[in-house]
Design a protein around this ligand. Structure first.
Ligand code: NAD
Length: 460
């Protein structure tokens, strides 16, 4: 991992003054989740944009359960402080919009909020699903929230994030894990994004009884590419959250793989995931743990070449590792028995990339494979209803790993600084998002692709 000297400089007393004088970007230190940390480190504001809002009640109950002090007026003083004293988060129930004129109520809530949310604060807007509206004016108003949120995220400062959750009709009681993720510091590097809850029909599950400090307790989780990098951190994060981890990687990475497995108290499986029978080998190994609850398709490779210089062997190796292996393993999982195979209520989480959304020079094969992952997620999600299972993807942006340390310095600095949070993410930011998708309590989140990129400006 390459050290971020610029961040050290602007966070020193002298550097902060210089940066302030000449207008260089500040690099806020992001608050990240630690076990035992409360959901929020201060009070929250909760607003409702319309009389028809249908989620404020649920949000209030979740905040009360997490012992968060809630205030309703975004412009009123709090507990002896002034009307500008800081809050840790603000949530706006923006469901029930009937025309673009209703957006004024959203603006009226968010304008004072933008000044009041403190460092690493959270602003969360919850709206209806645009595609579930028939009237153009209603759909337009619902869709407006996305442009508003993405723009507000570019204005928020000091590590504060702004995100949008769409909640499908009837899914208002299925929001708890989503609220807890977006409000907590687990979502430190997710900014300016949108997630849909309850949009794939046929979901089932419950968050009742979840231990929110150890939300995957008793689950068996397979993580591919776990010898190093993001996969290793995913294994650590799932183990921290209570899972038994099966760490998978190629035989040539055997020592590092054993290190991960020992570190997380799990088992190691040396396996090339592109080999014939890889899915069966994973199933066979996991029978000793009683089956599989969570699969994280993290293993991935880059073989960057300009398309003009590409050759088919390189091309195929990228498509095979990053995409075909996942398709083949998923087929085996879905055909397996609920008893000692892929369990009912299982979770598949896969790793896409910003390159699959925005494209990247020199990465046609990689970009194709990572866009293919999104297609895989979209097509598989509706097939999982029979198993009460879900599939979702994270799309990391610039993450500080060996891969990004190897970039030329100019590309690396642009990747870090040209984002709303003005820094690269850490592997743990991707891992926290994966671990949240993997929770049993995330049963209503299916077919989603969430960027973990600090709202990177490079590309889409
Ligand atoms: P990494 O190269 O550090 O680790 C990848 C791991 O996958 C390695 O341990 C490797 O041995 C393993 N692997 C490769 N081929 C395999 C195979 N055939 N069978 C089993 N294991 C295999 O990469 P990383 O940076 O940790 O990336 C992890 C995932 O995140 C990848 O899918 C990558 O495309 C994606 N991603 C990374 C970034 C980033 O900034 N680092 C950004 C976007 C997406």
């Amino acid at each position: 991992m390459s050290h971020d000297w610029y961040s050290d400089f602007v966070n020193s007393g002298f550097g902060r003054a210089v940066a302030g004088n000449v207008g260089l970007p500040q690099v806020p230190k992001l608050r990240r989740w630690q076990p035992g940390q409360p959901l929020l480190s201060g009070a929250a504001l909760l607003g409702t944009a319309t009389a028809d809002g249908r989620v404020a009640k649920v949000v209030r109950a979740v905040l009360a359960d997490a012992h968060v002090e809630v205030h309703d007026d975004p412009a009123a003083p709090i507990g002896g402080g002034s009307s500008t004293s800081k809050v840790a988060a603000a949530v706006l129930d923006a469901t029930g919009l009937s025309s673009p004129r209703d957006l004024a109520a959203v603006q009226q809530f968010l304008t004072p909020v933008m000044r009041r949310v403190g460092p690493s604060g959270r602003i969360l807007v919850i709206g209806d699903v645009p595609a579930q509206a028939e009237r153009p004016a209603v759909r337009a108003a619902r869709r407006s929230l996305e442009g508003l949120v993405r723009s507000a995220a570019k204005e928020a400062r000091y590590g504060a994030t702004v995100n949008l959750v769409h909640v499908a009709d009837g899914a208002e009681n299925d929001l708890e894990s989503t609220l807890r993720f977006f409000l907590s510091s687990r979502s430190a590097f997710v900014d300016g994004q949108r997630l849909d809850v309850g949009t794939v029909p046929g979901y089932a599950g419950s968050s009742a009884g979840t231990d929110w400090d150890h939300p995957v307790t008793g689950k068996v989780a397979v993580v591919t590419g776990a010898a190093r990098g993001i996969g290793r951190t995913v294994a650590q994060t799932l183990a921290r959250d209570g899972a038994t981890v099966v760490a998978v990687d190629v035989p040539s990475a055997g020592d590092a793989l054993a290190h991960t497995a020992n570190d997380v108290g799990g088992t190691a499986l040396q396996l090339d995931i592109t080999g014939e029978g890889a899915g069966e080998a994973i199933l066979e190994h996991c029978r000793r743990h009683g089956g599989i609850d969570i699969v994280v398709h993290n293993a991935g490779i880059t073989r960057d070449k300009l398309l003009a210089n590409q050759d088919t062997d390189r091309w195929n190796s990228v498509i095979d590792v990053n995409l075909n292996s996942q398709l083949a393993i998923n087929d085996v999982l879905l055909a397996s028995s609920d008893d000692d195979g892929f369990h009912r209520g299982g979770r598949i989480v896969t790793v896409s990339s910003m390159a699959g959304i925005a494209g990247n020079r020199g990465q046609t094969a990689y970009g194709a494979s990572k866009a293919g992952v999104i297609g895989l997620v979209e097509a598989t999600a509706p097939l999982l209803g029979d198993k009460d299972a879900t599939i979702n993807a994270v799309a990391p942006g610039f993450i500080e790993t060996a891969m990004t340390a190897a970039m030329p310095v100019g590309t690396r600095e642009a990747g870090r600084r040209l984002s709303s949070l003005t820094q690269g993410g850490l592997p743990v930011d991707v891992a926290e998002t994966i671990a949240w998708f993997a929770q049993g309590a995330s049963y209503a989140i299916n077919g989603q692709v969430l960027r973990v990129d600090g709202q990177n400006y490079l590309g889409a």
